[in-house]
Write a protein that binds this ligand. Structure first.
Ligand code: DON
Length: 310
């Protein structure tokens, strides 16, 4: 059995992965994200006893983007139950890019194939209940603040406005969902909520904490506090394996083998069941929208410390 990971070893893995930061490009379709320095790379690992190891750009703040899809799904499942949610969004990987529209029309039910693609996450945002949009946003924000012990987590307004003013593809998806009866709430308001979820700002330490809660089936191991049911954690971790890295999920499952969710700001939240939560940030993305160096870093860690679940 390989000895426990140390900070020096984590730094060495990060140094190796750094060479890959020039192999991709920062996301440009959300103008505010295009300002990021592609050379950044940071990682944090959170263990069940609450200790953390970190290396690289650990204090840089970035937006969750699609990583938020896990947390809006958690709230939607807790509020509405599985039957309601999965009558409106499927459980299958698509093999298509995250913002693809094609299967919404070609599939008979018009149901988005899963909640990790944009169409599915917009449908999920429509299911979040609350008194008003702020309340619906706070259901997710409050859970993230408690899970991480970081009450300062909030929406990055510049990224939110930047996405809102350029999101015609997501608008098309949402109006299509409205037309087919999947979305029954106000379209612009639902999109607004979806953009806000995507613009929640975090650090790698925060997402390592979130990953650890998922790794512990929904509880904070330190306090025993439960944030969501074990069954909800199981569903989310399964989606992370089958759809978390979009149309690269199969390749990632073979090369890395850890449940993970990526976002176009460059974050990846990963969880090794009962062992650790991992947060990575590297804004240089491959053509499928996943952090190039982040994937490399996770592959190296997984291979050396036998973190794969298969
Ligand atoms: O809706 C979008 O396009 C973005 N707010 C989120 C997409 C995303 O993060 C895809 N991830 N790799």
């Amino acid at each position: 059995m390989k000895e426990a990971l140390t900070g020096t070893q984590l730094q060495a893995v990060l140094n190796q992965a750094l060479a890959y930061t020039d192999k991709g490009k920062v996301a440009a379709y959300i103008p505010e994200l295009a300002k990021e320095d592609p050379g950044q790379l940071g990682v944090s690992v959170c263990f069940p006893d609450g200790t953390m190891l970190s290396a690289g750009n650990v204090d840089v703040r970035f937006t969750l983007q699609s990583i938020s899809k896990i947390f809006s799904l958690i709230i939607a499942l807790c509020q509405n139950g599985q039957k309601h949610v999965f009558e409106r969004v499927g459980k299958e990987p698509t093999g298509d890019p995250f913002n693809s529209i094609i299967k919404l029309e070609t599939i008979k039910s018009h149901k988005p194939l899963n909640p990790m693609i944009n169409a599915g996450a917009i449908a999920v945002a429509g299911m979040i209940q609350g008194e008003n949009i702020d309340d619906r946003l706070n259901r997710v924000l409050d859970m993230l603040r408690k899970m991480t012990g970081n009450p300062a987590i909030c929406v990055n307004e510049a990224v939110y406005c930047s996405e809102k003013s350029t999101a015609d593809r997501n608008r098309a998806l949402a109006w299509f969902l409205k037309d087919s009866g999947i979305l029954t709430t106000d379209v612009e308001e639902t999109l607004d909520l979806y953009f806000r979820y995507c613009s929640i700002e975090v650090s790698v330490k925060d997402i390592a904490h979130m990953g650890m809660v998922l790794a512990a089936d929904g509880i904070d191991v330190q306090t025993g506090e439960r944030f969501f049911p074990e069954e909800v954690a199981r569903i989310c971790k399964t989606f992370m394996v089958t759809c978390g890295m979009y149309n690269a999920s199969g390749e990632f499952a073979i090369d890395v083998g850890i449940p993970a969710k990526s976002g176009v700001a460059g974050g990846i939240m990963a969880c090794v069941p009962h062992r650790m939560g991992i947060g990575v940030f590297g804004p240089s993305l491959d053509e499928k929208g996943n952090s190039v160096a982040g994937i490399k870093l996770l592959a190296l860690l997984s291979k050396e410390w036998k973190l794969g679940i298969f």
